[in-house]
Design a protein around this ligand. Structure first.
Ligand SMILES: Nc1ncnc2c1ncn2[C@@H]1O[C@H](COP(=O)(O)OP(=O)(O)OP(=O)(O)O)[C@@H](O)[C@H]1O
Ligand SMILES: O=P(O)(O)OC[C@H]1O[C@H](OP(=O)(O)OP(=O)(O)O)[C@H](O)[C@@H]1O
Ligand SMILES: O=C(O)c1cccnc1
Length: 486
């Protein structure tokens, strides 16, 4: 199901009816489409960009098999010539992307697809599906991992994810956002993520007594003995039984640093601190305590602040569904069209709400650093053809948010580093390498570490500005004027 191998039809009908029309009317014209985010989850100021590797893989694999073509033909909406084009489909777009794992900000283009309109249009829904989902979950995982500080967060969500694909790709995104392992074997197999887990209440219930259940487990897993201690009573049954079994294992020479307990109900602070005391008193200071039970970043922050004695957090439903903020509405907007004579015409979407005004033209995105502190102070979007020096001495810019109160600003004596890189060339070759999920996580953490703490805090983070150049603003205003109907 997950490996269906061909996602060409995972899209909305209108992408194909438009592409069919482009094939009839504008077969030679090329377009430039940008993906960007407007509103961000959990009142955050940034998202952790994820899903890029998956999206590029799907674009490389984009093709139509006989059954797809038969199905499309059966809809009786497409010309035979367009269906022939799909049969012989050959990817000829260029894709530019900000590296996966980078914290990105509202309105800046994170991915740009340039190519024949009839082709680039086809990718809209699939790319948004992948990138919106994984970015949402990576962003939630970042919040949860930040709350857990130096403690490991294990992804436990498969059973509560919205379907199989969300479980598997959600686990990938969760690791990009900071999780250290997953309980999901398919995700482990597919992405090389370490798998980890303990046991369920059913194991304990299946035996006559809790002690029998723990002993049976210890017999099979003497070197990886993690016991669920809350089936009956954590402090009066689960912990004493766990310690009894650890004593028996130690007597047989097991390494006690591989011992652990999991607490899955009740007041986790109180239970974990008492459980810690019991383990320490029994001579197991290295034995670990895992906590689970509908955890999220708020609860974890509260547990950490209360001094709960937790070594690992197991987080499922609130992470894998981003339950507190379950929709990321990244969009894919046409920003320029290349006419048959080779000129690029900027395009804009002016809708009833000012907040939805798009940034026209082919563009570049920069992260702007204060050279004295090496801290990013803003992102900057310019027209592609504008010359932006590595060291900006004095540049007039405007807030990218058309609803901002104080729009005009000046950038002085700052460093600019371009963010988007060419990821796929017109032959569909991958130009950015194929980093593992942990390499992406590492990169993400480096980029996150650059940002000041005030922009990353979980509650009411400080705004991080995204600016546009004066040239880009002028093009936008000119297009608004040209499209005005008075
Ligand atoms: N010290 C704490 N501070 C904040 N929240 C906590 C603390 N300890 C536990 N919680 C959270 O409180 C919520 C309720 O837990 P509790 O075990 O009381 O009820 P429950 O979820 O109904 O239990 P069950 O899993 O048996 O259904 C859970 O989300 C849990 O993670
Ligand atoms: O709570 P989550 O963050 O989703 O973490 C995963 C949950 O899955 C398991 O519960 P299970 O499905 O057995 O149900 P229960 O513990 O709620 O009874 C486990 O014991 C955790 O509580
Ligand atoms: O291994 C565990 O403890 C686990 C896995 C999935 C869901 N809840 C717990």
């Amino acid at each position: 199901m997950i490996e269906q191998g061909n996602m060409a039809l995972l899209t909305d009908l209108y992408e194909y009816t438009m592409a069919n029309g482009f094939h009839e009317e504008m077969a030679e014209e090329r377009g430039s489409y940008d993906i960007f985010f407007r509103t961000l989850p959990d009142n955050g100021r940034f998202v952790v960009l994820a899903g890029i590797g998956t999206a590029l893989e799907e674009l490389q694999n984009f093709h139509f098999d006989a059954a797809d073509l038969e199905y499309l033909r059966g809809l009786q909406l497409f010309t035979p010539e367009f269906l022939d084009y799909l049969r012989d489909f050959k990817f000829t777009c260029k894709v530019y992307a900000i590296p996966e794992g980078t914290p990105v900000f509202p309105r800046e283009p994170v991915v740009t697809v340039e190519g024949p309109l009839l082709q680039a249009q086809l990718f809209e829904t699939l790319l948004l599906n992948i990138i919106n989902h994984q970015t949402l979950i990576a962003t939630k995982a970042r919040r949860i991992s930040a709350a857990a500080k130096d403690k490991a967060v294990m992804e436990f969500g498969a059973r509560r994810a919205q379907g199989p694909a969300s479980a598997v790709y959600g686990a990938r995104a969760a690791v990009i956002g900071g999780c250290t392992s997953t309980s999901n074997l398919l995700a482990g197999q597919k992405f090389g993520i370490p798998v980890a887990g303990t046991m369920a209440h059913s194991w304990i219930e299946a035996f006559d007594t809790e002690l029998d259940a723990f002993r049976a487990w210890a017999k099979i897993y003497p070197e990886n003995c993690s016991l669920l201690v809350d089936t009956y009573d954590v402090l009066h049954s689960g912990m004493p039984h766990a310690i009894q079994v650890f004593d028996e294992l130690s007597a047989k020479g097991s390494d006690s640093s591989s011992f652990g307990v999991r607490i899955d109900s009740g007041d986790i602070t109180q239970l974990s601190t008492k459980a810690r005391q019991m383990l320490d008193d029994a001579g197991y200071p290295d034995a670990t305590i895992t906590a689970s039970n509908a955890l999220d970043e708020q609860i974890i922050q509260s547990l950490v602040n209360e001094g709960a004695a937790i070594d690992n957090f197991g987080v499922g439903e609130n992470l894998i569904t981003s339950a507190s903020s379950p929709v990321l509405s990244g969009v894919y907007k046409l920003s320029a069209v290349k006419k048959a004579d080779g000129t690029w015409l900027p395009k804009v979407k002016v809708s009833a709400s000012l907040g939805k005004l798009t940034l026209p033209g082919r563009k570049r995105v920069y992260r702007v650093y204060d050279p004295r502190t090496d801290e990013p102070i803003a992102d900057l979007v310019t027209l592609r053809e504008e010359e932006v020096l590595d060291n900006i001495e004095d540049m007039q810019v405007l807030s990218a948010d058309p609803e901002a109160i104080k729009r005009f600003q000046t950038l002085r004596n700052v460093k600019a580093v371009e963010l988007q890189k060419e990821a796929l060339n017109e032959q569909g070759e991958l130009l950015t390498g194929n980093p593992s999920v942990f390499e992406i996580q590492q990169y993400s953490q480096e980029k996150l570490a650059e940002l000041p703490a005030s922009k990353k805090r979980l509650l009411y983070p400080d705004e991080y500005p995204v600016y546009i150049s004066k040239e880009l603003y002028d093009v936008q205003q000119e297009l608004i004027e040209n499209n005005r109907v008075d």
